[in-house]
Design a protein around this ligand. Structure first.
Ligand code: 13P
Ligand code: SF4
Length: 319
């Protein structure tokens, strides 16, 4: 713990010296989330991370999360320096949607409005009409559907399927998934719910349909934390990355949170309830990048110019 305290102190000092601000996701290590808040940065869901980074006057942003979050920050603020603790922190949704294959898919369906999830590469966003996050995807697709638009959706099949069911929109779905949320199981969740009949079930929409079907609230990480705070219940079953419990417990003291069941446990399943790429962010590599200025995120400026249109559409819609 003494080492940890010293490391945190060093990070605070380096953030000041570099005039940098720390932007963290709810799935990263709790110490990083706390540091982000304490030092005037933010800890939030993907939509808020994008908006906060864009609007903050700091010249350097340190993004503790996964690569697409760093790229989105760079696309929105090409003039800023964006650093990440580990540049190899990626996402199975991003990996499962290569830009060339995605472009070919779009070419085959020129009549469809292309809506992509934030969890994609800059090159995929460059090909999209809209980018959405889990907090606002449903509203945006409902809006497009009301205009009579047919949608091409990528990459998350579960989030896409959920939005399709809710809105009735005509959606052609790319078949990607999140390796973490894919592991939550509906049948086991039903059994757990039977043991805790008064518990409310909070589900991230990257989870399979059988899990979403059991939910009292479906939403982004921020929306799930808000639900834990505001819902009139003392017990919750949570189907998302367990990194979120750090903030949930702080936001709703006295309430009890139970992790939703997965196919395996941490001994047998590397991606059960915790994202291996989010876990690559730590105090040590955060301190190291602040010290060295290494691990900068770059996006091809031409691709960035294309991609920013889809992101701005979402941010304008959200405003
Ligand atoms: P949120 O936008 O809900 O924070 O989700 C990001 C993510 O990667 C979920 O797995
Ligand atoms: Fe991607 Fe899933 Fe990790 Fe989120 S939790 S970054 S969707 S792999």
């Amino acid at each position: 713990p003494e080492e940890k305290i010293a490391l945190k102190e060093r990070i605070r000092k380096l953030l000041k010296e570099r005039e940098a601000v720390l932007v963290a996701h709810y799935y990263v290590d709790g110490d990083l989330q706390d540091l982000a808040e304490e030092t005037g940065g933010c800890v939030s869901d993907s939509l808020e991370m994008a908006r906060f980074g864009r609007d903050h006057p700091a010249k350097t942003l340190v993004v503790a999360g996964v690569r697409f979050m760093g790229e989105t920050a760079k696309i929105l603020s090409p003039e800023k320096t964006i650093l990440m603790p580990d540049l190899d922190a990626t996402c199975s949704l991003d990996l499962g949607c290569p830009a060339d294959e995605f472009a070919a898919f779009c070419d085959q369906h020129p009549d469809r409005t292309v809506v992509v999830y934030a969890n994609t590469s800059a090159a995929v966003k460059a090909r999209a009409d809209w980018m959405v996050t889990s907090s606002i995807g449903l509203d945006i697709v409902a809006h497009l559907h009301a205009q009579g638009k047919k949608i091409l959706w990528a990459p998350d099949k579960h989030l896409g399927g959920y939005i399709q069911k809710k809105t009735g929109a005509d959606m052609l779905l790319w078949q990607g998934s999140c390796i973490v949320h894919d592991e939550f199981k509906g049948v086991e969740l039903e059994l757990l719910k039977a043991e805790h009949p008064n518990a409310k079930v909070l589900v991230h929409p990257e989870s399979p349909a059988s899990v979403v079907a059991m939910a009292d609230v479906v939403g982004s990480t921020t929306q799930l934390i808000n639900a834990a705070q505001t819902l009139d219940a003392t017990e919750f079953i949570v189907a998302t990355d367990n990194g979120i419990l750090h903030k949930m417990r702080m936001a709703a003291p006295g309430k009890h949170f139970i992790e939703a069941p997965t196919a395996g446990n941490s001994a047998t399943c590397k991606s059960c309830a915790h994202c291996p790429w989010m876990a690559m962010n730590g105090l040590q590599n955060l301190a190291d990048v602040l010290e060295s200025g290494k691990n900068e995120i770059f996006v091809d400026p031409e691709i960035g110019k294309q991609a920013v249109r889809a992101i701005d559409r979402m941010l304008d819609f959200a405003a």
